[in-house]
Design a protein around this ligand. Sequence first.
Ligand code: ZN
Length: 522
Amino acid sequence: MFWADRIAGEVEARFGKNPGRPLIVRDEKTASGRVHVGSMRGVMIHGTVSQALKDRGIDNTFLYEINDTDPMDGFPVYLPEEFKQYMGFPLFRIPSPDGIAKNFADYFATEFKQVIESSGFTPTFYNVSELYLSGKMDESIREALTHAGEIRRIYLEVSGSQKPENWYPLSVICENCGKVGTTKVTSFDGTYVTYVCDPHAVEWAQGCSHAGKVSPYGGNATLPFKVEWPAKWKVVGVDIEGGGKDHSTRGGTRDVGGHIAREVFRYEPPFDVPYEFFLVGGKKMSSSKGRGSSAREIADLLPPKIFRLAILSKDINQAINFDPEGDTIPVLYDLYDKLAQGFATTKDDDYARLFTLAHAGVVPPSGFLPRFSQVAFIIQMPHMQLEKEMAALKGSPLTDAENAEVEERAVYAKRWLDLYAPEKFVFKLQESLPEAAKNLNDVQKKALGMLAEYIQESEAMPSGEDVHHFLHGLKDSVPIAPGELFKAIYLVFLAKESGPKAGWFLSSLNKELVLKLLGEAA
Ligand SMILES: [Zn+2]
C-alpha cells in the first residue's frame, strides 16, 4: 500500500470513519530566513496524507503555520550587517529586508508559500503571531504559568533538562528594547508577570537590563517551543501532525510536548507521522547557510511533477538525498518515465497511485517520452534540432502534448547543465581530434578505420540502426571488445569515455566531419 494511504488507514483506525467534524492536519515552519528545501518534505507529507484522507471520504483541513514570533537567534549570511541589531527580536517585529513585505518573517514566508503553492499544495496558512495577538493563546499561557512546576518536572523527567526553581515557561517581549530572546520571567501573580531583560541570558543577543511588570497575554509574550507546540495542538485542535526525526527521538521535543499536552493542557497529542530527513548533496544544511539549498532554488530546478515525485516516491522512513550535482535529476526523470509507462497499463497499484499523486490528481494523456539525459545531450549538440531528433526517435511527428513535454525537459535540462550537471553529462562535439583521443591502441584504430571505410562507401550518412549493426559486427570482424570500441568513438567525437547511443549519435553527424575525425584518429 502506498505510504500515504497506509497512514490514512491508521488515522481512520484512531478517529473512525466519521469523526463528526473535519480533522485538522497541521505543519509549521519558522520564518527565520530563506527556507531550506527539507521543509518541503513536511509540506508534501501532510498535504498528501490530507489528500489520502479525503480520498477515503474523511473530511479534513490542512493548516500550515508560519511561526513568526520566535526570536532571531542565528544570523543568515545573506542578510546585510545592519540586521545584527535585531538579534533577539521576535521575527514579526523585524523589518523586511526588501522594505516592502510586512515584516522579516512575512518576507521569507512569502517566498516559501509561493514554492508550496507552485508545487500544487494548497494548505490554509496562518501566522502564530495572530494566535498570540488575538488572545487565542491566553488560556494556554495562563495554564503554563500556573503549572510552571509541573512543566519543569516534565522537562527534567522526559528530557533530562534541569530548569532552576524560579524558571517560568514564558518569554516576554521587553518593553524597553523589544527583544524576546533575552528576557526571564521571575514571578506570576495571576495577572501580571515580572521579568528582567538579562544581558547574559543568551550568547546571540544582549539584553538591556530592563526590569518590568506586564500582562503575559495578548501578544506581549511567547511560550518556549516545547510548550508552545502542545499549546497550539490544543488551541488549533490538531488531530494529525508529523515532524522530522530530529524532533521524534526519545526525550526529544515531541516527547516533551506529548507529556505537556496530556499532563498540563489535558489534550491528547495528535497522530504522529515521524519522517526521515531530506538531504541535499548528503547534508542536512541549515537554513542560515541558505544559498543553493533553499526551497525556492531547488524547486526551480524541477517541474512540479518531478519535484513532487522526488519527495513522494520515498516512504516516510527513508531518507531522501537530493543531489543536483549528481545523478538525482536524470534518475528522477527515468523513474517518472517508468511510472508513466506502468500507468498506461496498470491503474490500480502503488506506482499508479504515486504517479497520480505526483500530478496532483490530473494525469496527462500517455505519449512519447524521451529520456531526460538524451534531451540534455541533444541540446548541447549545435548540429542537432530537438524537434527533428525527437520525431526520428518516436518514428512519427510529435503531438502538441508531447512537444510541450519535450520543451519542458529541454528548459530544465539546460538549467541543470548550466548550474549543476556533473562532468559526465556535459558534452562538446569536437571539431578536430582531441588530445584525449591521441593514445588509441592499434585494435581501436583498426576498428575506426573500418568504420570510416563503411561510411565513405555509403552515399549519405547511414541511419542510426545501420551504423549500430555495423558497429555490432566489428566485434567479430576486427575483433574488438564493444567497450573498447565505444570508448574510442566517444573519445574521438566528444573527448569523453562514455556517451549516448553511438549508432544514433554518429548518424546525426555531418559525413565530412565524421570522415575527418575518423581519418585523424586511425
Ligand atoms: Zn530589553
